[in-house]
Write a protein that binds this ligand. Sequence first.
Ligand code: ADP
Ligand code: ZN
Length: 430
Amino acid sequence: MFWQQDLETIDRKRLEEVQTGRLQDTVQRIWDNVPFYRDRINSAGTKPEDIKSVSDIKKLPFTSREDLLKNYPFGLVAVPRESIVRVHTSSGTTGKPKAIFFTKNDIDRGAELISRCLVMTGMRKNDVLQNMMTYGLFTGALVMHYGAEKVGVLVVPSGPGNTDRQIALMQDFKTTAIHITPSYALYLSNVFIRKGIDPRKDLNLKRAYLGAEPYSEETRKKIEEFFGIDVFNSYGLSEMNGPGVAFECQEKNGMHLWEDNFLLEIIDPATGEQVSDGERGEMVLTSLCREGMPIIRYRTRDLASVMPGKCPCGRTHRRITRITGRTDDMFIVKGVNIFPQQIENVLMGIKGVAQNYLIVLESLDHMTVQVEIEKELFDGNVTHLVNLQNAITEKLKNEILVKPKVELHEPGSLPASEGKAQRVIDNRTL
Ligand code: ADP
Ligand code: ZN
């Protein structure tokens, strides 16, 4: 079933016409109303009338995170102050927050995108969504909330934390879906184990929407199996609406990026040149419908690739792969580039490994991987533990080409997070 079938299955040629028109409008609006962009576009030697097709996007300058910070708070607002009805800031995973402003139309449009996503995964009016993202300045919870209400779903605005209450709410309201970060979902499963709750038998859960931070396919499988549900990947960022930018359909094979609202480019982060479909690079996004604060060619720093081919679900919007990291979360040990995601992929595929892990950078040449192990193993035979430790070390070395020190920890002993997880601790003094 579709929420907006005509738009979701739009013919690609028609889509391009729509994108061109919206790109032209966006460029004209920021040229007229945002002095920062007028200067930037002018310095790139471009005028609004030079944008004749989508490929002319290359004539426009990039927008960086620093540009947003420099223009904090109102520098990029393109409408009169009275038209702004909401502000969100990013969660600040990487430093100072960025402020993003929304008009009433921006909020409605963002909610429509979420409605598309939810209906696409099978959500209907009689579903109950427990929204376990942080309410407040962060876009995660509120944007999802509005979209779910539009579908007619009953929303339980629980926010994260207070696990006992979460469980009670799930039982009392017969929650069928949760919106949650992967790290909190893993933490929650630990608590369920401790309390002897079997979500497959004791709850009514059917689906979970996991986003806001990278996680691996193995983590998805682990959560699906434990809860007995379908997990759908949800990608978004405050700069482009919050959640609802790209979302998995029931194929669970790549996230449809709503291209009538966002223009997608994937570039080589070093050269800024576009790469071909199937090649991994940095996602660059342009908002095509934003009124309050349009942003062009935003360097997301998120790494992904476009999946070639058509999706069997019939939606024509291209799919992106799982985000495999941010250009800025890569670290180097012994001269080798390593992403935390590679480590998670390996760990979550090993039997006996529990929910949580932490990477500690000790020096330029040494790193430690602390990993939680299932309780039974910890209480059992020491030889088994040593064998497991060696197996983890070996598998990690094969993947990242550097041999880490591996420490095994009891379940629940490593720091857990309700919001975005911090996976890397950098103890290097350079
Ligand atoms: P920030 O984390 O930069 O303060 P946001 O709260 O807007 O800002 O979070 C957006 C970022 O979260 C994205 O740029 C991306 O790095 C990450 N993110 C969001 N959804 C996903 C997802 N499904 N998979 C991986 N990373 C994600
Ligand atoms: Zn699909």
